[in-house]
Write a protein that binds this ligand. Sequence first.
Ligand SMILES: [Fe+2]
Length: 280
Amino acid sequence: MRCLKDELENIPTGIVDTSILESAKNIAAARISELAKKEKFHHFNLRKLRSFKEREAIIDFYGGLFDGVPQETRSLLVFIYWLHDIGFCDTGINNEHGRAAVKLLREWGVTGLFEDKVRQAIEYAIEYHCQPQLPQPESSELKDTFARVLRDWDKLGGFVYKSDGWLFDENAKAKEAEYCHAAGETGAIKPANILEEFQKLGYIDKKHVVDNNASYEAIILLYLAWIFDVNYRETLEVLINLKIPDKFFKYFKKQLGQESSQFQIINNTFKKFLKHSHLN
Ligand SMILES: [Fe+2]
């Protein structure tokens, strides 16, 4: 299985000049502030985008995985992570927001600051991150490595945030439920095809959840399916060490009942995934 650490260490040193990266950060931060003043963002999306520090914190989750990885590579990846959802302001939450983000970053003159190979890798990773129906990029080319890392971080950050917010913070939960048009805690997962997709370890289109006024549990399942598509063993290990999947399973067990067929499907799928990922 591909090893994230090896791959990151194999990225050549000096791929980006620190002063160029600083300029790119400053331009992007100024443009994001302008957009925020015009209230172009949904409040939730703005909260996600405005803190570069938050993005740096993601690196902490990986701990020792980053030993030996050049500082400029780390900084560049955090920079990509910070901006990857900027397209929300044009498209809302859908699978086009990666493409919209690239368009904005080009218009702002941000990606144009980097040399061609790095620019292409940044743009490719951002465009690719929100197309879960597409397979993981396979090669060790810079753009493919960046795309895999971004997908993983996106899942890791999102899952940590959602699991804490949705399961333990009533206010965050209420806001998210409203935002996703969730019908509340019904203890049921509707429609049934969400469970079928989950069993197949398939991609669950958000439309299945949002358009059907689904239960709160269905939305959690959507996120669980999302994280099952992790690229790297390391990402899953981080999540398991943080006991994040456990939080969801406890929730499902309590809401659905241990003996319910719905809970059995979820439980079996999770076991299947762990086996598939060689973590047992
Ligand atoms: Fe995204």
